[in-house]
Design a protein around this ligand. Structure first.
Ligand code: C2E
Ligand code: MG
Ligand code: MG
Length: 253
C-alpha cells in the first residue's frame, strides 16, 4: 500500500470531500470539514482509516498533508470568490505534520499563494498531538492565532483527556468524538459526558462541535444543551466540492 500511496499523489488519485458543519442557532452551514478520499486504480476506494496510518508510518503524510492543505485552501478561496456565504474550512493535521520543521512556513506559503482569509482556516488537531507537543505546540498555536488561523481539538474525549492543556493552549473549538454523540439519547453515560463537554466548552468560551449526528433526536438534545455546531450524516455525508456548493444554501430547522 505504501508504494501505491507514494504514486497516488502523482497519479492524481487523491481527492477531498467536504462535510457540512451546521451552526445550531441559525441552522445554516458555516463550515466544511475536508476529508481525504483515495480511489485506487484496482482496489477502488480505500478508507482513510486504512491509508492514513500507512501515510503516517511512512512519512508520506508530509507531502499528502501539504497537498490537502493547499487543495482545501484553494477550494475555500474559490467558494469565497464565487460569492458563497463565508465557509470555514476544517483541515485534519496529523501529529507528524504538525511537529515537522517546515509546517509553519509551508502553511504561510499556502495562505499567501491562495489568498484565503486565514480566519476561514481551522486546523483540526487531536488531543494527543496537543498533549505530546504541549511545549512546542503552544508557541506554534500562538503564531497561528496571530495570523488569524483557528485550531480545533478533534475527537475530543478519546485521548488522554487531561484538561489542563485547554487552559494553556489557545484553541477555538472542541469537536466531540462521534462515539459519545451517537448514543446520547439512549446511553445515560454518554448523555452525561456530552453535556459535561458542552458546559466545559461554554465556560472556556470555546465553540463545541458535535460529530457524528445521525438523527433528529440527537440534534434536538444537542440544541437543548446549547451545543454550538454539529456535523454528521443527518445533515449530509462528505461530498465533492461542487455538490457542497449546492448544499450550502440548505437551512436546518
Ligand atoms: P475525523 O477527522 O474524526 O473525521 C470524521 C469522520 O467521521 C469522517 O470519516 C466522516 O466521514 C465520519 N462521519 C461524519 N459524520 C458521520 C456520521 O454521522 N456517522 C458516522 N458513522 N461517521 C460520520 P472518514 O472520512 O472516513 O475519515 C476518518 C478519519 O481519517 C478522520 O476522522 C481523520 O482522522 C482521518 N482523515 C481524513 N482525512 C484526513 C486528512 O486529510 N488528513 C489527516 N491527517 N487525516 C485525515
Ligand atoms: Mg477531523
Ligand atoms: Mg473527529
Amino acid at each position: 500500500m505504501e508504494e501505491d500511496l507514494r504514486r497516488a499523489l502523482e497519479r492524481n488519485e487523491l481527492a477531498l470531500h467536504y462535510q457540512p458543519i451546521v451552526d445550531l442557532e441559525s441552522g445554516i452551514i458555516t463550515g466544511a470539514e475536508a476529508l481525504l478520499r483515495w480511489t485506487h486504480p484496482t482496489r477502488g476506494s480505500v478508507s482513510p482509516s486504512q491509508f492514513i496510518p500507512v501515510a503516517e508510518d511512512s512519512g508520506l503524510i508530509l507531502p499528502i498533508g501539504a497537498w490537502v492543505l493547499r487543495e482545501a485552501c484553494t477550494q475555500a478561496k474559490a467558494w469565497e470568490d464565487a460569492g458563497l456565504r463565508p465557509i470555514e474550512v476544517y483541515v485534519n493535521v496529523s501529529a507528524l505534520q504538525f511537529r515537522s520543521d517546515g509546517f509553519l512556513d509551508g502553511l504561510t506559503a499556502i495562505l499567501d499563494e491562495t489568498g484565503l482569509n486565514p480566519k476561514l482556516l481551522v486546523l483540526e488537531l487531536t488531543e494527543s498531538v496537543l498533549m505530546e507537543r504541549a511545549k512546542l505546540g503552544a508557541p506554534l498555536l500562538k503564531i497561528l492565532r496571530a495570523k488569524g488561523v483557528q485550531a480545533a481539538v478533534d475527537d475530543f474525549g478519546t485521548g488522554y483527556s487531561s484538561l489542563s492543556y485547554l487552559r494553556r493552549l489557545k484553541v477555538d473549538s472542541l469537536k466531540i468524538d462521534q462515539s459519545f454523540v451517537r448514543e446520547i439519547t439512549t446511553t445515560p453515560d454518554d448523555t452525561t459526558i456530552v453535556s459535561a463537554i458542552i458546559s466545559i466548552g461554554r465556560s472556556l468560551k470555546l465553540r463545541v462541535i458535535a460529530e457524528g449526528v445521525e438523527s433528529a433526536e440527537v440534534l434536538a438534545f444537542l440544541r437543548t444543551q446549547k451545543c454550538t455546531e454539529a456535523q454528521g450524516y443527518y445533515f449530509s455525508r462528505p461530498v465533492p466540492a461542487d455538490q457542497f456548493a449546492k448544499l450550502h444554501e440548505m437551512q436546518v430547522n
